[in-house]
Structure formats: C-alpha cells, structure tokens
Write a protein that binds this ligand. Structure first.
Ligand code: GLN
Length: 500
C-alpha cells in the first residue's frame, strides 16, 4: 500500500492488529518517504533507521502474540528537545552538537513502553526560541505546503514531518506557542496540555514555568493517541501534578458516537470570543477563515459569547520579560565545563567561558540570555521581573473571569499564515507572531490548534481553542466533533500527496 502515510492513527492500529500490514512494512514506508523527500524539507536532525527497524521487528512479534497495546508498532518521532538514551540530542544547537543523552526523558520512556516505533529526532529552533525554525544550527525547515515558506516554530521539524507524511504523529514542546503555531502553519492539529499534565523530566529547559510537552497529529484523535501515554504524574518532575489521567481516546470516541446522527452535537457549548484577539495585525484572510470555522461551530449547536481577556500587547511584554529571564538562568549550565560545546585552545578560564558560549549559542539565544540577565540583575529585578510576575497573575485572573461565562475561548492561532523563508523579520516582528498563543502558557492553560481551511493562497489557517485547566478531554472531544463534520484536517500538503 503506497498511501499508508495518509491513514489515521486509528486505521494504522486497526491495520497492524488485524495484520493487514506489519510494523516493519509500515516503518519502511515512512523511512522511504523520509529518504526521498526530507532533503527538501530538513525536518529530521537524526534518523534512527536501524533502531526503528529493530523496534518494529519486536513489535511484530508482540502483535503476533496478541499484544493489544494501541501504539504497538506505530511509527512516530520526537522533537530534538527530548533526551533519548544513546541517541544524539541537540536541541537544535551547536552547544549540544555532540550530546548523546545518557537517559530517556520520561515521555520518551512512556512512549517506548507503549510500543511505538521512534524514527528519529526532529529539527527545531535553537533551544526552542523562535517562531519560524530558522534559528536551528541544523538549518531552516521547509513547509511541505510550500517549500519556500517556514513551517512555524519552534517545533517546525515536528510539524513538517507530520505534514509531509514522514510520521503519523510527533511530539513537540510549547513554551509560548511552539506546538500550536507550527500546527497552524502546516495544516495540523496540535495540543499543548495544562502545565503539569506532562512530565518535563528530560525535556531540555527553555523557560521552566511555561514549558510543556504535547503532540502533533493530523486530527484531534491522532493527537489523543500520542498524548495518552505522555500524560500523568512523574515523581522526577516536581511540577508534574498527581491527578488521574482520563482515557482521552475513549472519551473522544464516545463523544463522537454520541454526536453522530445529532444535528446539534455541540449544543450547550459556550465559546468565548475576545475582541482583543481579532484586532489590528490580524491578516484578513486568516480572520475570514477563522470566522467561517466559528460559524460552523455555531451550526453544530455551540453558542458564541463575548469575553474579555488581557490585551495581547501586555501579555507579549510579560512573556518576553519572563521567558528570557528563566532562559538566562536555565542556560547558564552550558559553560563548556559542566555541559556543552567547548571552544578550541582557551587562553584562560574567562576566555573559555566567553568563547564557548559565543561560539556555541546562536544569535537569538544570545539575545534572550542578554535580555533575561538584564531583567534579573540587581536594580532592574523589581522594576521588570517582579512587575512581570505580578502582571502574570492579572492575566490568570482575566482568564478565570472569562471562563465564568464560557467553556472554551476561540481565537486565530496566529495572525498570519506561513511566511516566506529568509524574510529576515526583525526579532520584534517575530515576537508579535506569538500574540494569540503566549497568554495560554503564562496562565498554564491547555489549548489546541486545529485546521480551519486554506487562505486564498492555499495556505493552512489554524483555529485555537483554549480550555480551563485540565480540560484536555473537552478540547480534544470538541475538536473531534468539529472534525467529524468538516474535512479541513484531511487536506494534504503537496509533499504528502506525492508517492515516494
Ligand atoms: N515563539 C516563542 C518564543 O520564541 C515560543 C517558543 C516556544 O513555544 N518554544 O519564545
């Protein structure tokens, strides 16, 4: 079968369990596609071909013995921010160009134990800082819908790989939008769970109070399959929460079944719309598509209510104060002594620190370290860092108030569609692209981005739904019902349409 990469995860599981194809066949199908097309996309930093085929062989044995674990034998790949034992883990940086992780991140271990087959490690903005995947030491990633455009970032490799049909689903991380924005640029569904839902152990830190791992898939259902083994308490991450994990897949499928045959399956759902998220800077084409998707939500029974949330300009300033502050602290460990790249022939200790960090980190990372160090330095700490923390609390309060009137809040995921590579946008313009996604991280909320059709230029547009804390189940089910009644999520990128 040459179209295996277009099947849903549920169909892949069914095919594996009923022996229509083996995991080795499936793995080879995807590896072949990577081999043929990734030269044009650059989504993988490392392809772990031999290891993947070993895993697939053993999955086939277990399938033959009647093992029913849902992900058994299903291929996937990880953003290169997750430590993978014995496999290069670069975080997109020269700083870690030769770092072979000595252990697995908890989510890597969990996904392995669920039986999935890992095909390799995916490209990303250096240390997850960026929105276009152009800051990677391993080169820019190209968007499978239009190779001259960016895939979004920082999880650009993850989004491109799923969108090109190299893997059915992939992991990503989201500190300020890095799952949702590339999902929107590449025509995918992506979910960023509640802060604390998924362990951060073994996920290289950018801004620890905002970072959260999540998933990319073509549909909400595909995302749910991969999120299932990732979610849950981890004693090795003090910020992971000990709270029961619902069966996302079952909940979503049940919601879908109840919805079928009902012409108002979303009756009772109150969707909050904030005019703050439809203001200046929003591309007209994106606005048109998002509004028409919201109209479809209304047709399915949802009601729209107006809510107020914090002005995105305030949120943006708060994020770009706090995230660099945390990053400057987290990245201090990469000094060429304890961790990371070491420069050649240092003159003395000072030279070693300075050159290792100047040569090992790229421009964007150095810019953030400078901003963060400034905000944390004595004399500025109260004026900037402490003030931003106080504003963060007000942002949370605004969300809490908004959620008294609605169940989810809808917005565009990003103000634009994917823009051309090397547009050489200045950093501030790039930061503005995060306006609709970052408040979610500051408040620790879950949010999902789903395809909402194409712009006049034929580029994907994303619709974001923000949920209350721990409402992943509601977000996934709501998106699933929408996807049962629409076909935006089934549209394929140019590369996915081609056979390898
Ligand atoms: N674009 C945002 C930033 O550069 C978000 C990145 C992310 O979510 N990792 O900080």
């Amino acid at each position: 079968m040459s179209d295996l990469h277009t099947l849903s995860v549920a169909k892949l599981i069914e095919g594996l369990q009923s022996k229509q194809f083996s995991s080795v066949e499936l793995t080879n199908h995807f590896l072949q596609r990577i081999d043929t097309f990734d030269k044009q996309i650059n989504s993988f930093i490392t392809v772990t071909k031999e290891q993947a085929l070993e895993q697939a062989k053993s999955a086939d044995k277990q399938l033959a013995e009647g093992d029913k674990r849902p992900l058994l034998g299903v291929p996937m790949a990880h953003k290169d921010i997750f430590c993978t034992q014995g496999v290069l883990t670069t975080c997109g940086s020269k700083m870690l160009h030769n770092f072979v992780a000595p252990y697995d991140a908890t989510i890597v271990k969990n996904i392995n134990e669920a039986g999935a087959v890992c095909l390799g490690k995916l490209n990303m903005d250096e240390f997850a800082m960026g929105s276009d995947n152009e800051s990677s030491h391993y080169g820019a990633v190209h968007n499978p819908w239009d190779l001259h455009r960016v895939p979004g970032g920082s999880s650009g490799g993850s989004a491109s790989a799923v969108s090109a049909g190299f893997v059915p689903f992939a992991t990503g991380s989201d500190t300020g939008g890095s799952i949702r924005q590339p999902a929107s640029f590449c025509g995918l569904t992506g979910i960023k769970p509640t802060y604390g839902r998924v362990s951060r152990f073994g996920m290289i830190a950018y801004a620890s109070s905002l970072d959260q791992a999540g998933t990319f898939g073509r549909s909400a259902e595909d995302c749910a399959y991969l999120l299932q083994p990732m979610a849950g308490h981890d004693p090795r991450d003090a910020t992971s929460i000990n709270k029961e994990v619902p069966d996302y897949v079952q909940a979503l499928q049940q919601a879908g079944q109840q919805a079928s045959g009902n012409d108002k399956p979303l009756a009772g759902l109150r969707i909050g719309i904030a005019k703050e998220y439809f203001g200046a800077g929003l591309n007209a084409d994106v606005e048109k598509q998002v509004k028409s998707a919201l109209k479809q939500y209304e047709d399915l029974g949802a009601t729209i209510v107006e809510v107020h949330i914090t002005d995105p300009e305030i949120t943006l300033a708060t994020y770009y104060m706090l995230a660099p502050a945390e990053a400057s602290s987290n990245l201090s460990r990469f000094d060429g002594v304890r961790f990371g790249y070491r420069c050649e022939n240092p003159k003395d200790l000072h030279d070693l620190y300075t050159r290792s960090r100047s040569e090992g980190f790229g421009d964007e990372v150095q810019r953030r370290i400078l901003m963060g160090t400034y905000a944390l330095s004595a004399g500025y700490f109260d004026a900037y860092y402490v003030k931003a923390q106080k504003v963060r609390r007000l942002i949370v309060n605004d969300f809490n108030k908004a959620f008294e009137q609605c169940d989810v809040i809808a917005s565009p995921t990003a103000p634009t569609t994917a823009y051309p590579l090397n547009t050489a946008v200045d950093p501030i313009t790039m930061y503005l692209g995060d306006v609709y996604t970052i408040a979610v991280n500051l408040a620790g909320l879950p949010a999902i981005s789903m395809p909402a059709g194409l712009s006049d230029e034929g580029l994907p547009v994303g619709l974001q739904l923000i949920g209350k804390h721990w409402d992943e189940e509601k977000l996934l089910s709501t998106a699933h019902i929408f996807q049962q009644h629409t076909d935006y999520h089934t549209l394929l990128s140019g590369i996915a349409k081609q056979e390898a």
